[in-house]
Ligand binder design. Structure first.
Ligand code: SAH
Ligand code: SF4
Length: 395
């Protein structure tokens, strides 16, 4: 490619990113404060927290203290902050809150998977799922990034719900913190010692790369060493392939990447993952090859939902390994999880085994994702809420 073409490609993707971010702003979350005007400290960056405290007249060293109480100790009341004198605690409580979404419902599956329907201040709702590891004392928290989704992947329940709005950083971090409250897992574990809620997967409702700024801010908070301190290796962001934002996520956040591929031909992917019409397979794969945080130790996950008679043939397995050749990758086969009215069936075990064998023979690990929490509609692609966008003029 000539230097000129290189430059124009760069400018094109910059323009595309600007367009995506402008669209994101139309679905912005409400300001994070209570009806009586107290500001939520959860979801502020460190610099924003420092500014908010300074404005109230607190000394600079308070930032570190308050941060520690919020994100390391999990305090939700200023009166618990024993290293802060009572008059200052009271002053903080007059100006601020430490928010959590409220759980409208909590359901626990027969396999121990737990699902929360969380309600936010404006009444909108999204779901969060905790998936415990069956063999170890740890598990993944599956977090939502949007209420609904603009994309309408044919096999996904969330995709049948129009996008209501983006979740704010406070609401994204808040899902993890509220899940932790529910398991009594504070203070935050130090270092790499795994605890129950040991990883985050951004695989709940919504497309995280269509809400990049809020997701990035939330993950930066979660990764901060003096708080929740989850390493970027313990965070996986799943995208249906928003190519221009994949580069940004890789260079700025460096979290693990999962890509919802699901088909190896553009005609089929156009149909089941309609975003493919904008960012076709070739471009998605090229973005994976560029992804800076990928290595043999930290492979890119290709997610592939197994739809009976649709995308599960041996020929498609061979094509898949051809497409991803040379990428440090694994292929996660997800047996399709049905939902009320869903138009597909799950592939047979024999078809899944055959597919997986071909992928493994090509040298890729190819785990089959065991369905978890299906009885409470908590498995991949089963999340959906009743939230709707109220202002019809902006719908
Ligand atoms: N929007 C992001 C993340 C959320 S979905 C994305 O699409 O990647 C998490 C994973 O579940 C995605 O790979 C998604 O394609 C998959 N999925 C959606 N519906 C499903 C279903 N009914 N059964 C199995 N997996 C599904
Ligand atoms: Fe949205 Fe992901 Fe569901 Fe597609 S699979 S509709 S991108 S949540």
């Amino acid at each position: 490619m000539s230097a000129i073409t290189d430059q124009s490609v760069l400018e094109l993707s910059e323009a595309e990113r600007a367009r995506i971010l402008a669209k994101t702003a139309r679905f912005a979350p409400p300001e994070a404060h209570t009806a009586d005007g107290r500001k939520d400290l959860v979801g502020l960056s460190r610099a924003e927290l420092a500014a908010a405290l300074a404005e109230m007249g607190a000394e600079p060293f308070r930032t570190k203290q308050v941060w520690h109480w919020i994100y390391h100790q999990g305090a939700t009341e200023f009166s618990r902050m024993s290293s802060i004198a009572r008059p200052m605690q009271e002053k903080l409580a007059e100006h601020f809150v430490i928010g959590r979404p409220t759980a409208s419902t909590v359901q626990t599956s027969t396999d121990e998977t737990r699902k929360w329907l969380f309600k936010f201040r404006d009444g909108q709702e999204a779901e969060t799922v905790y998936i415990p590891d069956k063999h170890e004392d740890r598990g993944a928290v599956c977090i939502s990034s949007q209420v609904g989704c603009t994309l309408s992947c044919r096999f996904c329940h969330t995709g049948t719900q129009a996008l209501v709005r983006n979740l704010g950083a406070a609401e994204i971090v808040g899902q993890f913190m509220a899940a932790r409250d529910s398991y009594g897992e504070w203070p935050s574990p130090k270092g790499e010692t795994p605890r129950l809620l040991s990883t985050i997967v951004l695989m709940g409702m919504g497309e995280p790369l269509y809400n990049y700024e809020n997701v990035a801010k939330a993950m930066t908070i979660v990764m901060d060493n003096e708080g929740i301190a989850l390493s970027r290796r313990r965070i996986t962001l799943s995208t249906s392939g928003v190519v221009p934002m994949m580069d940004r996520a890789g260079s700025e956040l460096g979290v693990n990447l999962a890509v919802s591929l699901h088909a190896v031909r553009d005609d089929l992917r156009d149909e089941i993952v309609p975003l493919n019409r904008k960012y076709p397979i070739r471009e998605v794969i090229a973005a994976c090859r560029r992804y800076p945080a990928a290595s043999n130790a930290r492979r890119i996950t290709f997610e592939y939902v197994m739809l009976k008679g649709v995308n599960d043939s041996e020929a498609e397995a061979h094509e898949l390994v051809r497409l991803i050749a040379g990428i440090p990758a694994k292929v996660n086969l997800i047996p399709f999880n049905p939902w009320p009215g869903s138009p597909y069936e799950t592939s047979t075990n024999a078809a899944i085994d055959r597919f997986s064998r071909i992928v493994m023979d090509a040298g890729f690990s190819s785990p089959v994702r065991a369905p978890r929490g299906r009885d409470i509609l908590a498995a991949c692609g089963q999340l959906r809420t009743e939230s709707r966008r109220e202002r019809a003029s902006e719908a």
